[in-house]
Design a protein around this ligand. Structure first.
Ligand SMILES: [Cu+2]
Length: 202
């Protein structure tokens, strides 16, 4: 019995010593901070128009793309348009830069990132919609290679935006719109008011 205990103790000591001496383990511990610098990831708080914190977005550069994870609560159950907008500000009752007479919550964040490079559904800031459950909570993790974290930080920054309603991605069947969707649909996806916003850079 005492021999077995001694052997087990020796094994434990041996494996601990081996881990400490293992150059691979030591190198990994030494380089982990350098491999995940803060400029490769960012945590963004989402606010509603009453300036209450309603969620968090985690942004992380990922080989050749950007991983976006969002956790939010307080939404109406159902689908909500979810986009990256062009200006890194989250201001209630603010003017739309494209139409300053138009005042509304988070409008100063501008249109979708990359909106001038195509129709909605092909904007760099277009993302899959959030699905809020019966409690109003939503979680989503998505990866895009249309932007990097550096793109979001540069210039005017960017805003992570959640809308009140579902996004149609400007996908309107021809039987409903023989001439194609109108300019508003092609620009916005008709996701409605802006109900939560998180600013990046700017
Ligand atoms: Cu939007």
């Amino acid at each position: 019995m005492s021999v077995a205990i001694a052997a087990a103790a020796a094994l434990t000591a041996c494996s601990t010593a081996a881990q400490q001496d293992d150059p691979a383990v030591a190198a990994d511990e030494a380089t982990t901070p350098a491999m995940t610098p803060q400029d490769d990831r960012l945590e963004v708080t989402l606010f509603d128009a009453a300036n209450a914190q309603v969620g968090t977005v985690w942004l992380a550069d990922d080989a050749g793309g950007l991983e976006i994870e969002v956790a939010v609560s307080g939404l109406e159950p159902g689908f909500h348009g979810f986009h990256l907008h062009a200006v890194g500000v989250c201001e209630p009752d603010s003017p739309d830069p494209a139409d300053p007479a138009n005042i509304g919550d988070f409008l100063s964040a501008g249109g979708h990132l990359g909106a001038d490079e195509g129709d909605h559904g092909a904007h760099a800031g277009d993302l899959p919609s959030l699905l809020a459950d019966s409690t109003g909570a939503a979680r989503l993790t998505v990866r895009t290679d249309a932007v990097t974290l550096a793109d979001l930080r540069e210039g005017d920054g960017a805003a992570v935006m959640i809308h009140a309603g579902p996004d149609n991605f400007a996908h309107i069947p021809e039987r409903y719109a023989p001439d194609g969707p109108d300019d508003v649909t092609l620009r916005t996806g008709d996701a409605g008011e802006r109900v939560a916003c998180g600013a990046v850079g700017g």
